[in-house]
Design a protein around this ligand. Structure first.
Ligand code: UD1
Ligand code: MG
Length: 468
């Protein structure tokens, strides 16, 4: 049966604080692979069911968790008091019980789950007659996980939590991964039988296994070979581990698609990033957020590119920071440059070392090669911005624009006091403070004339000869 024909409702539990994180922030908001834990799970769920069939149970920092789940159409269920994983699903009855088919329950703290595995779980449930199939793995050290108890027929008889288990039960190495596919009708028929009769005083979702088995239904375990995929993040060591695996998955995906990544373990690339063929990413580069990079680019060592669009054949030099900016085909930026926000560096333009651009449009083929600040500026094509040029765009109250025309030549160390317009083809003399507009093709000189006093230095030295 095709998956899309099997009606599945996905419930993602994300209401807990996660005390073991030792954090003021709810656990599911912590990030791995460039996304919050809960977003990772929601994005996986979206490969299995339409948004209208996905529900996130929120409690701690409910507003922030809702915001972290940006996809429209996803439903939220509020669990005001966290009385356990069973309670978290059961309180959804008013919205969930009317939905037919199957109920897939996931925990918001397991960001490594793959849609492929969940598809197999749903198929296992839909193909047989079990009331529930749950995902399990044989673990080297299952401490902290629920242990899976089988009956003589091989079916699951119960799941016993760490806190409730006898020594013999805790010796079992088959662990509950916390991922379940229930027949929805049977789940809702029996959900009312959950109790808080356990050492934690919580409604354990895991008790549904025993409840369904005792009611004469079959509960099955689907074992996966590698428990890492189902890792539930409970502390920051596991968080770092999940982050590393997600980063590795991303660099592998890009490398298989034709991107060269030097020393991939040092590189940080967010899930939403796209990179074109034959681009080379150097060690320690970070490519973040919704960034797209074209073909045949080089992203230099230790550079950071965030929420930006980079065209083909662009060179981003080492130690360069590019945020919320567009860099067009054939341009080069850096080393040691900063495109702070909302810049456009047009075709073939060059931004060199120790240059900062903010809300600036640098025309095609224009150059700002050294030690410059251009803020709120429009620079014409082929203009040359000399070393040390500064646009004084802020007067203490407001920001003002600077416009520099096509082919203009701004002498080194020019200080342009905005708002100011410099015409096409105009020159400013080196060291000028430009406080008036400059017409096209003119030269503006705004500095004191040089005076040379012959012999001045030697005379001074004579005056200061030490007495002997
Ligand atoms: C759970 C399972 C355990 C399994 C393990 C796998 C239970 C009782 N135990 O334990 O068998 O081996 O996961 O990782 O289910 N949550 C709520 N509301 C609540 C309580 C929890 O939304 O009232 C959410 C949490 O935010 C979290 C998820 O449910 O995202 C799991 O809770 P957690 O406390 O991490 O369960 P574990 O102790 O890991
Ligand atoms: Mg957990």
């Amino acid at each position: 049966m095709e998956l899309m024909q099997i009606p599945v409702t996905v419930v993602i539990l994300a209401a807990g604080l996660g005390t073991r994180m030792k954090s003021r922030q709810a656990k599911v908001l912590h990030r791995a692979g460039g996304k919050s834990l809960v977003e990772n799970v929601v994005d996986t769920a979206l490969q299995l069911a339409p948004a209208e069939r996905i529900f996130v149970v929120v409690g701690h920092q409910a507003e922030d968790v809702r915001k972290a789940v940006a996809t429209p159409g996803i439903g939220f269920i509020e669990q005001k008091e966290q009385k356990g994983t069973g309670h978290a699903v059961a309180i959804g009855r008013p919205v969930l019980a009317g939905l037919d088919g199957y109920l897939l329950v996931l925990y918001g703290d397991s960001p490594l789950l793959r849609a492929e595995t969940l598809r197999r779980l749903i198929h296992a449930e839909a193909a047989g007659d079990a009331a529930c199939v749950l995902l399990t793995a044989i673990m080297e050290d299952p401490t902290g996980y629920g242990r899976v108890i089988h009956d003589a027929s091989g079916a699951v008889a119960a799941v016993v939590e760490q806190k409730a288990g006898s020594p013999e039960q805790l010796a079992i190495r088959e662990a509950n991964m916390g991922i379940y596919c229930f027949r929805a009708d049977l789940f809702w028929k029996h959900a009312g039988e959950l109790t808080t009769n356990n050492p934690a005083g919580e409604y354990y979702l895991t008790d549904m296994a025993e409840i369904l088995a005792r009611a004469g239904h079959r509960v099955e375990a689907m074992r996966i070979d590698d428990a890492r995929e189902a890792l539930g993040i409970n502390n920051r060591i596991e968080l770092a581990y999940a982050d590393r695996l997600l980063r590795q998955a991303k660099t592998r995906e890009l490398m298989l698609a034709g991107v060269t990544i030097e020393n991939p373990d040092t590189v940080t690339i967010d899930a939403g990033v796209r990179v074109g063929m034959d681009t080379v990413v150097a060690p320690f580069a970070q490519i973040l957020g919704k960034t797209t990079i074209g073909e045949n680019c080089r992203i230099g060592a230790c550079s950071i590119v965030q929420d930006s669009q980079i065209g083909d054949q662009v060179e981003i030099g080492p130690f360069t920071v590019v945020s919320r900016s567009v860099v067009e085909r054939g341009a080069s930026v850096g080393p040691f440059a900063r495109l702070r926000m909302e810049n456009r560096v047009r075709q073939g333009a060059h931004v060199g070392n120790f240059v900062e651009l903010k809300k600036t449009d640098l025309g095609a083929g224009a150059k700002a090669s050294h030690l410059t600040y251009l803020g709120d500026s429009r620079i014409g094509a082929e203009a040359n911005i000399g070393a040390g040029t500064i646009t004084c765009n802020y007067d203490g109250f407001e920001k003002h624009p600077t416009t520099i025309g096509k082919g203009a030549f701004i002498g080194s160390n020019s200080t342009i006091v905005a708002p100011r317009k410099i015409g096409d083809g105009a020159y400013t003399a080196a060291g000028s403070v430009i406080t008036e507009d400059v017409p096209p093709d003119a030269l503006a000189v705004g500095r004191a004339r040089q005076v040379v006093k012959e012999e001045w230095a030697s005379k001074r030295r004579q005056r200061r000869e030490p007495r002997t």
